[in-house]
Design a protein around this ligand. Structure first.
Ligand code: A3P
Length: 352
């Protein structure tokens, strides 16, 4: 499929072997290699080619809310906030403790597990429980067409769905029909958090240094990057009435103010008491202790490296603004800031 053009107008170009081998020195290889998208220089797993047009043509509904943002910008927090505001403001919903990813699925997930892999799933194959889950939810579905996108299609309404895709990969009419909340975070903390996640999860298994990681990040060599273009595309749409653009740092510094703004944007009409419930239930401490980002019993759980988790924290690592200051060297900060100034000078990031 590489060499083709998607309905979003991107040419898919296979990452050439020498470049791929360079990346594979420090990251687990992807089963289907990697693709660059033109324009944009986006870096996606090879299986994106299988799912690009399905994602582009995904049928968003008017009552949907889309959680959007780059990796490590606070999207899981936002998932829990939006789901709780819309479904559980009195903290009595029976499904509240189920994995966040079951309640607010990520529609991008099919590009991480090539749907074609389901053709050869036998009874003790690691993908079997995932396939069974899919068949339970979509008895008439066909796994090779992408299981996550089909499961999203049958999710009870009102749906909240998450994506890390940039707007340019999604259908341009998305915002005409559907409300979307985009979260951005200062690039220094994103680098630190993404470096942690890339070492924590076995499917990334990053083995290089932090210094090298900073270079990968600013050179657009981390999957789903480049970050700057992701934020820029959303920032340019920030005045669209169906887009609510917020910063992780604002959520951290005055969550109630941001919840009130979301209450208005979503039209949820929650009372002060209900908003206080949401604030408490989605606080870092509560989310860290529930730790139900995903279901560890499912084989699609990426699998964490225990030694990293024990030493440096798990998925819910620190949950603060400014952890870069104890992690990045002055040289790294300078490099990231130069890059930020070059690409994102108009965006008022806060660092502390
Ligand atoms: P840190 O690694 O800096 O701690 P994403 O969900 O987009 O992958 O973003 C993950 C980041 O959001 C992690 O940042 C994580 O700890 C933080 N996070 C998750 N839940 C949070 C919460 N309830 N409050 C504050 N930060 C949270």
């Amino acid at each position: 499929m590489a060499g083709t053009t998607t309905e979003s107008g991107h040419e898919l170009v296979e990452v050439p072997k020498p470049e791929l081998e360079g990346l594979e020195r420090h990251f687990t290889p992807w089963a289907d290699g990697l693709l660059r998208l033109r324009p944009g220089h986006w870096l996606f797993p090879g299986a994106f080619a299988e799912t690009a047009d399905k994602i582009y043509n995904f049928r968003w509904k008017e009552e949907d809310v889309v959680v959007a943002g780059f990796l490590k910008t606070g999207t899981t927090w936002l998932q829990e906030i939006l789901w709780t505001m819309r479904n559980n403001p009195n903290l009595d919903h029976p499904l509240a403790n189920t994995p966040i990813l079951d309640r607010v699925p990520i529609i991008d997930t099919d590009m991480y597990i090539n749907p074609k892999a389901f053709r050869s799933v036998t009874s003790n194959h690691p993908l079997k429980p995932m396939l069974d889950d899919f068949k339970r939810k979509c008895p008439d579905g066909e796994a090779t067409r992408g299981i996550y996108i089909q499961m999203a299609g049958v999710l009870p309404e009102p749906r909240a769905l998450k994506t890390h895709y940039p707007f340019s990969v999604l259908h341009p009419d998305l915002l005409e029909h559907t409300k979307c909340v985009y979260i951005a975070r200062n690039p220094r903390d994103v680098v630190v958090s993404l470096h942690h996640m890339s070492r924590l999860f076995k499917y990334n298994n990053y083995s290089g240094t932090l210094e090298q990681f900073v270079d990968y990040f600013i050179d657009g060599d981390v999957v789903q990057g480049p970050y700057w273009l992701h934020v820029k595309e959303a920032w340019e749409k920030r005045n669209h009435p169906n887009l609510h653009f917020l910063f992780y740092e604002d959520l951290r510094s005055d969550v109630m103010k941001e919840l009130r703004r979301l209450n208005e944007f979503l039209g949820t009409n929650l009372t002060s008491e209900q908003l206080a419930n949401v604030e408490r239930y989605t606080s870092f401490g509560e989310m860290q202790s529930r730790n139900n980002f995903t279901n560890t019993k499912r084989p699609d759980n990426p699998g964490v490296k225990k030694e990293v988790e024990n030493r440096e924290g798990g998925f819910f690592r620190k949950g603060v603004t400014g952890s870069w200051s104890s992690t990045l060297t002055p040289d790294m900060v300078e490099k990231i800031d130069k890059w930020t100034k070059k690409h994102l000078s108009e965006i008022p990031f806060r660092y502390n």
